[in-house]
Design a binder for this molecule. Sequence first.
Ligand code: MN
Length: 222
Amino acid sequence: MQTALTYPFQLPELAFDYNALEPFIDETTMHLHHEKHHQSYIVELNEAIKDYPLLHELSIEALLRKLDTAVPERIRLVVKNQGGGHANHQMFWKVIRPPGVSGAGSDPSNALARDVTSTFGSLDNFKKEFEKTAVNLFGSGWVFLVYDSNDRRLKVHSTANQDSVLLETGLGAIFGNDVWEHAYYLKYNNGRAEYLHAWWSVLAWDIADERYTGLKNGTLGK
Ligand code: MN
């Protein structure tokens, strides 16, 4: 009998078909993004930690939170990059859905929407700030709506490369958008702003609201 090798981190299945986000995110981009890009971060992360079984017990969130204390220095940079890539993409697939599913494609009226409105003035103001931050992000990176447990505030926050907000004390991602060119270039070419604008049609506000609740009460991302 052959025993399958098990790796601590695995590619999560999508909750929807690869073509389900058309026309906002095209099927080819979805295949490449999930099966090639995300898979590659996982393969490299598993490879980096293969000789450190204690690290295999940690969730990806715990691994990144403990980067400077639990992860040996010689693999710290690769875990930051590849582990960040895994955490960011795992979150990304969780918060997007086809329009009409889990609040995607319509303006929200939940607790998150109320707090976004009171923090940023209006939902439109928030979207503008989020898009502007992403357009102005030089090179590759991510833009997030975070809950900052230090001051219990909602904030737009960007990171470079695959850096996770988990590396920053107190921050949790309610949702984030990937502004690496691999996320949009096939369909939108250099039109990052157009992609960002279209992306709201697939953001699942109901799932974002659940994540917000989980971040506020400390149950998400442990
Ligand atoms: Mn990506």
